[in-house]
Design a protein around this ligand. Structure first.
Ligand SMILES: [Zn+2]
Ligand SMILES: [Zn+2]
Length: 139
């Protein structure tokens, strides 16, 4: 049976449904993710575009340019409550990253790697049995 997972923003205007398992699930400790989430890290769960279906709720886009690669990231957030639910990245065409914390039940996600560990907050623990990268992941 194909897995189906649902989630959305905190106010409920933006909802999504994904079908099947992600291409990759990561924890990102980069400075951009720390700032934009107001937290220690983000949890990108990446799917192919055709796996993701959004409700009619409007999404506003904020484009960020990486100061390392100069490639764009387009963050998609709910204009009413501000929750970033998804994003697209120039370096990963044909995919959508879903913000792992926005799944109604986020516990199914299996994190495969931690990236940008060089800027990880000092108290955060990175499991020894996962792939870790000082900077972005090579693939
Ligand atoms: Zn909302
Ligand atoms: Zn990041």
């Amino acid at each position: 049976m194909t897995a189906i997972y649902e989630g959305g923003c905190v106010c409920g205007d933006v909802r999504y449904r994904v079908t099947g398992n992600p291409v990759i699930a990561t924890v990102c400790h980069c400075k951009f993710c720390q700032k934009r989430t107001g937290s220690a890290f983000s949890q990108p769960v990446v799917f192919k575009v055709e796996q993701v279906e959004f409700s009619d709720g409007q999404r506003t886009i904020y484009e960020h340019r990486s100061d390392e690669s100069h490639r764009w990231l387009r963050m998609e957030f709910c204009p009413r409550c501000g929750t970033t639910v998804a994003w697209r990245a120039e370096r990963r065409p044909g995919t959508i990253g879903i913000a792992g914390g926005t799944f109604d039940d986020p516990n199914w996600v299996k994190i495969q790697r931690h990236i940008w560990t060089r800027s990880a907050q000092r108290w955060s623990r990175i499991p020894a049995d996962l792939e870790c990268f000082e900077k972005g992941s090579p693939t």
